[in-house]
Design a binder for this molecule. Structure first.
Ligand SMILES: C[S@@+](CC[C@H](N)C(=O)[O-])C[C@H]1O[C@@H](n2cnc3c(N)ncnc32)[C@H](O)[C@@H]1O
Length: 256
């Protein structure tokens, strides 16, 4: 048993992640081919990398490596993993992918200590890419995300978060001084735009994308919406408020 917890949502998570990363790499490739100021390397930060292979299936670092290879995109991946066994397995599972075009570094330890030294401000060209958080159903490290968004090198690196909204709601109920609702927290993290996937399962699993790109496209076939659409606003309301709070809005007991 590895450090990754799996559940009914795992297959859908990996399928949506694979579709997302493929679309994202193509978008970044297109920008890199047109803009001389764009760094020609795709920068990937997997903040909860795991071991790469979970129950025989590809995990996020291997899905990333395969897509980057098939699109022939130059990439630099920093893979953060706190569990020593998983980090060792990940190095092993990546051995066939490391090349001049695709560079992988596995960084062992708690990402709240290991990430910030890797976010440089002395950049020549603007990096594009993705930072991915997949924290085993725990509350995402919002303060770390906020700090990362402040780095100059992260302006065009989008943030994708897989989260269980019910966990965040429970945390907010238990510690109202520490946690705000997602509709308030997500737009405050340092990126200008938020996209949300329709929540699934009783844990309300969702993907959230934080980006500075105003025209970032929705992926409606996957249930991923922009907040300027009815579906996006509905998804945000469902992940942010409890059933009771939503009921109160419609009975007039809470302001929208
Ligand atoms: C859900 S699993 C990740 C699965 C992986 N993204 C995949 O698709 O295969 C979460 C991983 O995050 C790691 N993790 C949890 N907290 C961490 C932290 N603070 N720093 C680094 N890794 C962490 C766990 O050890 C676990 O391997």
């Amino acid at each position: 048993m590895g450090s990754e917890k799996t559940g009914v949502h795992t297959e859908r998570k990996q399928s949506d992640y694979a579709a997302f990363i493929t679309m994202h790499m193509k978008m970044v490739q297109s920008i890199q081919s047109r803009k001389a100021w764009a760094d020609p390397v795709y920068h990937y930060y997997d903040m909860n990398a795991g071991s790469g292979i979970v129950n025989g299936d590809d995990g996020s670092p291997i899905i990333f490596a395969k897509q980057a290879r098939s699109l022939e995109i130059r990439s630099r991946a920093l893979l953060f993993e706190e569990c020593a066994d998983s980090a060792a397995n990940l190095r092993q599972n990546l051995r066939d992918y490391d090349s001049l075009c695709q560079q992988f570094s596995v960084i062992e330890g708690d990402h709240s200590h290991t990430l910030l030294p890797h976010l440089k401000d002395d950049i020549c060209r603007q990096p594009f890419g993705l930072m991915y958080f997949d924290p085993n159903g725990n509350v995402p490290p919002f303060e770390l995300i906020r700090s990362a968004c402040k780095a100059r090198s992260m302006k065009n690196v989008d943030m994708l978060i897989n989260l269980a909204a019910t966990t965040v709601k429970r945390a907010r109920m238990a510690f109202p001084d520490k946690y705000d609702d997602l509709a308030s927290t997500l737009p405050s993290l340092g990126k200008r735009h938020v996209l949300v996937r329709r929540p699934l399962h009783r844990h309300q699993w969702t993907f959230v994308l934080l980006t500075n790109w105003a025209k970032f496209p929705a992926m409606e076939r996957r249930g991923i919406y922009r907040l300027d659409s009815d579906c996006g606003r509905e998804a945000m309301m469902r992940i942010s408020m409890t059933a009771k709070e939503i009921e109160n809005v419609f009975t007039g007991e809470l302001p929208l």
